[in-house]
Design a protein around this ligand. Structure first.
Ligand SMILES: Nc1ncnc2c1ncn2[C@@H]1O[C@H](COP(=O)(O)OP(=O)(O)OP(=O)(O)O)[C@@H](O)[C@H]1O
Ligand SMILES: [Mg+2]
Length: 485
């Protein structure tokens, strides 16, 4: 190649390298502040997994914790989860984006897969950060600041020091907070960052239940797991009751488990009436939750993402407030999980598409159950016998109470292997025992007239259903007196 050709080929080079602005200002737009912070907690969990290897037993994460503290100037997260090994810090941890190489694979835990979470979270929160970590006897410190952000070069300086921490763990301190983080942290200081604490209590419920402690500004977060109703009624030799629909299968290297059931009592007409007029019902726990390796990635969704109102499934509506669904994916390889780079749900993944069909199957069982009971109330002794169970207990209960439903086992089904489906035998309303719901409509003026007749003045605490109930009891007691007479 002569000089002229060389110059020509130089002129034809296209700039295709990523910019820092892309990672610092643009990528951070795709994630909410709270979700970015949850990803820092994911890293703590992964570090424990690498530390202890196998995750089994009831409390595998016991003894490990992450403590988050913040004010409107600084955000800090410190864990005791094992720390970042020096070679990982030098060759992977601070790179923007992971690789699919075997080497990266050995560094993985159960949640992190893309090599972006920690860096994106730092830039979402602020622009100056210090990461210190100690793994075994070796510790280090890495600083990220404005100067680095302005440079084209991506290298960061690492300082080895064993003094950085007294224990094995990692501490990330971010300052020069972004305006959003400043506001959230300021509001947080006043009221405990309610959105963050609430998200942690739901999204880490199963990890906290396995022993991991998360403390936010000195307050320990309590887990809020989804509990399903279970009641076992023996009528003669037959058993019926309320039990969830369960589906289990393997798809490639992912275990799928779907559970759909009731998490609260069915709504009554008065409650639905009030909802329609004043929006008084609470729906925060209704709907479907997606979990990947114990980490909730989508909580109580009521949209087509989890199958509602899609294909033959009905759309979510207040009548279905008692229904909850859970789909849990487990895999040793986090890249196989239906998780996006922001640790949300990857709806289009093949494994998710297979699971959603069965989530809809379960929703179908319980929406039909809800319609069936719409005009009846479950008899009191049965309602009293209802207990709530954790998803971990459900499989055992379904095995013990096999008569409460039917297990169907298939070796292969639509590309999945080891398929087990539990169809619950749900209790049907019995008009002779289960109270019938009476519904009728009357003008407000007449309801007011009756209220005033009964109480001599309007009583706004009583609902129209309460008034109807009082009238019914009045007449019933009169009828009984007449009868005794
Ligand atoms: N708290 C921590 N304890 C130990 N190692 C950590 C911690 N935080 C980060 N690391 C190391 O830094 C690496 C990079 O973290 P980062 O969150 O950016 O990516 P990832 O976890 O590999 O993938 P993802 O983008 O899916 O989260 C981790 O893989 C881990 O090796
Ligand atoms: Mg991560």
């Amino acid at each position: 190649m002569n000089a002229e050709q060389k110059q020509l080929s130089k002129d034809n080079i296209v700039q295709a390298n990523p910019t820092k602005d892309f990672f610092v200002y643009m990528l951070t737009r795709d994630i909410e502040l709270e979700d970015a912070i949850l990803e820092l907690l994911d890293n703590c969990v992964d570090s424990i997994v690498r530390q202890i290897g196998k995750i089994d037993g009831e409390k595998p994460y016991a003894g490990y914790q992450a403590e988050i503290t913040f004010n409107n100037k600084q955000f800090c997260i410190e864990d005791n989860c094992g720390g970042i090994p020096l070679d990982v810090a030098k060759n992977y941890a601070f790179m923007m984006g992971g690789t699919l190489s075997e080497n990266a694979n050995t560094n993985r835990g159960l949640l992190g897969a893309y090599g972006i979470g920690m860096k994106r979270a730092i830039f979402k929160i602020g622009q100056t950060a210090t990461v210190v970590s100690k793994h075994g006897d070796t510790g280090f410190q890495v600083n990220i600041n404005d100067k680095w952000l302005k440079k084209r070069n991506w290298d960061l300086r690492l300082t080895v020091s064993n003094e950085v921490m007294s224990h094995s763990g990692t501490k990330i301190t971010v300052s020069n907070l972004s305006s959003k983080a400043k506001t959230a942290c300021y509001m947080g200081e006043q009221g405990g960052f309610p959105r963050l604490c609430d998200k942690i209590s739901r999204h880490f419920a199963y990890i906290i239940a396995k022993g991991f402690r998360i403390i936010v500004n000195k307050r320990e977060i309590k887990p809020k797991p989804i509990l399903f109703q279970w009641v076992n009624q023996a009528t003669g030799r037959k058993k019926t009751g309320i039990a969830p629909y369960i589906f289990q299968a393997n798809y490639e290297d992912v275990e799928i488990e779907v559970i759909v059931g009731l998490y609260r009592e069915l709504p009554n007409t008065a409650e639905l009436d009030q909802e329609l007029k004043y929006g008084t019902m609470s729906f925060e726990n209704a709907g479907c939750t997606v979990i990947c390796n114990d980490r909730v990635v989508l909580y109580a969704d009521k949209t087509a993402v989890t199958g509602w109102g899609f294909a033959t499934a009905p759309s979510y509506q207040p009548l279905f407030v008692a229904i909850a669904g859970v789909v849990h994916f487990r895999s040793r390889n986090p890249l196989s999980l239906p998780m996006t780079t922001t640790h949300g749900v990857d709806v289009n993944s093949a494994v998710y598409q297979r699971a959603i069909v069965h989530l809809q199957e379960g929703l179908d069982v319980f929406t039909r159950f809800t319609y069936q009971w719409q005009n009846y109330a479950i008899r009191t002794e049965m309602a009293k016998a209802i207990k709530t169970v954790d998803i971990a207990e459900i499989k055992n209960l379904a095995n013990d109470n096999a008569l409460l439903g039917k297990w169907i086992n298939m070796r292969n089904h639509k590309g999945m292997s080891d398929v087990h489906i539990f169809w619950p035998k749900l209790i049907e309303p019995n008009p002779n025992i289960d109270p019938t719901v009476i519904t009728f409509a009357k003008p407000d003026s007449e309801i007011e007239e009756i209220t005033e007749y009964l109480f001599e003045q309007p009583d706004y605490l009583l609902t129209p259903s309460d008034i109807g109930d009082i009238c019914f009891r009045e007449i019933l007691s009169k009828a009984r007196k007449n009868y005794e007479w």
